[in-house]
Design a protein around this ligand. Structure first.
Ligand SMILES: [Zn+2]
Length: 296
């Protein structure tokens, strides 16, 4: 073949080789010997939850969700149970899964209920409708559930996954915020060493700042892991101050952190739907929590 064409072909092959090496490097997970968090599988868990419809405390959809959660946790090899408690005239049901043993006890939590009413909806006529809860509810559950699948069975620490009920009905007559986690902490006979809450972590446009009430040491540890893994969604600066499921733990003196993106335009509206959530965001959070938990 003419020399010029040969050169072009050689150049193309070199470029292809470089591209393949680059893709190979980019796709190789850091510390690739360990388990990997799968964002696509977590996203599928958001899809499943949304198929139940809105899932406020006491609803039929919520009971269906609990059944599915219990089945999924047990299929992943976890001991799981439903904890039923009474608080402020309401019955709440937390789902608790546990694995591992060792001197350290880490609790990962997320609320699985969705808000009874979309009272922040820009359309006033829709403010009595329930919140669909793709991000505010389903995203945190999805991260915990995928962690349940990928966490090793031979953990050298005790890990609890707690799915909290009745987080999201504050400012509604007869309700308050964070009922499930408050009842949970009140019922504790021993305290975990560290608590990590994930809430509203599925936003496709994800920015996670330090939550101001969270334990600073835990926050810095987790954000540093995210930076090392290259997840720019974690921004190591304080921003919002939020009442969430980490609050009852903090009030009991337990180190706790809330991983939350509170800059979500669809918060407590009927537009908190599947199209606002991405697998990439779920994976950034899940992979970070996983690496932190395994001390990678
Ligand atoms: Zn909410």
């Amino acid at each position: 073949m003419p020399r010029r064409r040969w050169l072009i072909l050689t150049g193309a092959l070199v470029a292809l080789g470089v591209a393949m090496v680059w893709v190979g490097v980019a796709q190789a997970p850091l510390g690739s010997t360990g388990p990997e968090f799968n964002g696509a599988r977590a996203y599928a868990d958001v899809v499943t939850q949304m198929a139940f419809g809105p899932r406020p405390t006491g609803s039929v959809a919520q009971t269906e969700l609990i059944d599915w959660l219990m089945q999924s946790l047990r299929a992943a090899g976890w001991e799981a149970r439903v904890q039923t408690l009474e608080i402020e005239g309401q019955t709440v049901r937390n789902v608790i899964a546990e694995r591992g043993r060792g001197p350290e006890w880490v609790l990962l939590g997320a609320h699985y209920d969705t808000r009874l009413v979309a009272d922040m909806d820009p359309d006033l006529s829709r403010r009595t409708e329930p919140v669909p809860g793709a991000n505010d509810g389903a995203s945190g559950v999805a991260v915990l559930l995928e962690l349940a699948r990928v966490l090793p069975t031979d953990l050298d620490k005790r890990v609890s996954l707690v799915f909290f009920d009745a987080e999201d009905n504050g400012r509604i007559p007869g309700w308050d915020w964070i009922l499930g986690s408050r009842a949970f902490v009140a019922a504790l006979t021993e305290y975990p060493d560290a608590v990590v809450i994930v809430d509203m972590v599925g936003d496709a446009d994800l920015q996670l700042y330090y939550e101001r009430n969270s334990d600073p040491v835990l926050s810095q540890e987790i954000w540093a892991v995210a930076a090392r893994l290259g997840y720019t969604q974690f921004i190591a600066e304080p921003k919002h101050s939020i009442l969430d499921d980490h609050t009852p733990f903090l009030l009991a003196g337990i180190p706790a952190v809330d991983i939350i993106d509170f800059d979500y335009p669809y918060w407590h509206t009927t537009a908190d739907t599947l199209d606002k959530v991405s697998a990439e965001s779920l994976e950034a959070v899940g992979a970070t929590v996983l690496a932190w938990l395994l001390g990678e």
